[in-house]
Design a protein around this ligand. Structure first.
Ligand SMILES: Cc1cc2nc3c(=O)[nH]c(=O)nc-3n(C[C@H](O)[C@H](O)[C@H](O)COP(=O)(O)OP(=O)(O)OC[C@H]3O[C@@H](n4cnc5c(N)ncnc54)[C@H](O)[C@@H]3O)c2cc1C
Length: 429
């Protein structure tokens, strides 16, 4: 937040679900994001662009990140994602509600660097939830504990290049039992975070029963825990997004050839992969959406600063053409999206995940699209510099555009919403 940003009023702070216990945490997170994290973003990108090895953090990046993580930890601003709902280990976190966490996710969403500082970044939070909910004691010791400490990272491997992966019943990557081991063969695509050398473990979905019986299509896949250094795994290439490879995090295309993992690498049981993936993706989507709202707020702030500080045709840009309408529509869109996201979070907090599902789908369509619209308008208000390296907006746009695919494309979520809406009508004349 810079000098041109108006202070938030008391009314702003009284937003739905900002409880007394949340208020100081929210303030501390916002302070760190605005004062410690946003100011280092430019240097961070410069380091990545000029690094000798782009697939590792530079010394400066490592030192900075660890310094910020230590600061967050020492203030107790750590592992907020361990919310009350559905988790048994809430004693390890704050025991916040999903609604409370959603407000924090919005603040962390302002910078792509922020979630990791508070150990709240994707895909780790979802993967930690998997270990927490479905892992054995050994999984928890080996993987969950160092992840909770922020010492290692992880990736989630579901999507494949050769099948339409938005329908996960299509997945063909094979896991076959051989004595006491499972043997993995196939390719995975868009494995976010697999480029980071600190990523030590993958959660991977594989087919364990042949295709054929349609009624069993949700029982033919299983979820596995795979150490990243297991022999037979090759990193084929980093996928690019509008030409950017997102190093060192990366979204990798990977190949598994006769990769052998022990029997206990299977999570909760053969054929229960969908159960695990559904347990993982629900809260994660809400977190993504609230971070998207944080991005939209940041873009609108930049838009307004530009609109009042630059003149054309003798007047501030804000007063030209339809710019009042544009600014108003951005604000209206953000407020609508936030409320829908908080409703989805509140539905999660009831514990009824089936009832929450359509709301999660609704916000998964709404939030990225609202954020994209606001970022697009902010770029436009900046003129040419809006799509250059001199503002964060172009990078924000690119990252936000990916959210219309990741964790399920818009169309699939729309299908879920419409199906729910139509339920109960089908037998009526
Ligand atoms: C930056 C980025 C990061 C990602 N990270 C990960 C990750 O970490 N792990 C992982 O496993 N995957 C990841 N993904 C993959 C993402 O989840 C998939 O791209 C997504 O699920 C869609 O699968 P697909 O690409 O195979 O598209 P397809 O399934 O081929 O779908 C293509 C298009 O078909 C249309 N379509 C599909 N279903 C319907 C429908 N029901 N109604 C109407 N139209 C429909 C939609 O327009 C859709 O976009 C990531 C993707 C991106 C871009």
């Amino acid at each position: 937040m810079n000098d041109m940003t108006p202070p938030k009023t008391a009314a702003d702070q009284m937003c739905l679900g900002v409880t007394e216990r949340l208020r100081p945490i929210l303030r501390d997170v916002r302070d760190m994001v605005q004062n410690d994290i946003l100011p280092i973003e430019k240097q961070w990108h410069h380091e990545t662009e000029t690094a000798a090895d782009r697939w590792a953090h530079t010394e400066w990046q490592t030192a900075k990140l660890e310094e910020l993580k230590s600061k967050a930890k020492s203030k107790g601003l750590w592992n907020f994602w361990l919310t009350k709902t559905g988790l048994t280990a809430s004693d390890k976190g704050f025991g916040l509600t999903t609604v409370e966490y959603a407000h924090l996710a919005e603040q962390m969403g302002w910078s792509h660097l922020a979630p990791e500082v508070f150990n709240c970044s994707a895909p780790d939070t979802g993967n930690m939830e998997v270990f927490e909910k479905y892992g054995t004691e050994e999984h928890k010791k080996k993987w969950l504990e160092p992840m909770l400490e922020g010492k290692i990272r992880s990736a989630y491997l579901m999507t494949e290049p050769d099948v339409a992966s938005s329908d996960a019943t299509n997945l063909e990557f094979k896991a076959e039992k051989d004595g006491d081991e499972w043997v993995l063969n196939g390719e995975k695509y868009w494995s976010s975070g697999a480029g980071d050398p600190r990523t030590k473990v993958y959660i991977l979905m594989a087919r364990t029963e042949a295709k054929g019986d349609f009624d069993r299509r949700h029982k033919q896949h299983s979820m596995f825990v795979v150490p990243a250094d297991t022999p037979g795994i090759s990193k084929l290439r980093a996928m690019t997004i509008f030409g950017q490879d997102d190093a060192p995090h990366g979204h990798l295309h990977m190949k598994f050839e006769n990769v052998r993992i022990p029997a206990d690498a299977l999570l909760i049981g053969e054929g229960r992969g969908f159960e695990v993936s559904q347990g993982r993706l629900g809260p994660g989507r809400i977190h993504h959406c609230m971070r998207a709202i944080g991005q939209a707020e940041r873009a609108l702030e930049l838009l307004c600063q530009r609109a009042v500080s630059r003149k054309a045709f003798g007047r501030p840009l804000a007063k030209l053409g339809a710019n009042y309408d544009i600014i108003a529509d951005c604000r209206i869109g953000i407020e609508q999206a936030r409320l829908l996201c908080l409703k989805a979070a509140a539905m999660m907090d009831t514990g009824d995940t089936r009832a929450a599902a359509p709301y999660i789908s609704m916000i998964k369509v709404a939030a990225p699209n609202v954020a994209l619209k606001v970022i697009d308008e902010a770029m436009q208000m900046h003129g040419g510099v809006g799509i250059s390296q001199d503002t964060p907006l172009a990078g924000m746009y690119v990252q936000m555009r990916t959210l219309r695919y990741a964790d399920g494309p818009d169309a699939v979520h729309r299908m879920q919403v419409a199906r729910k809406e139509l339920r109960g009508y089908s037998n009526k004349k």
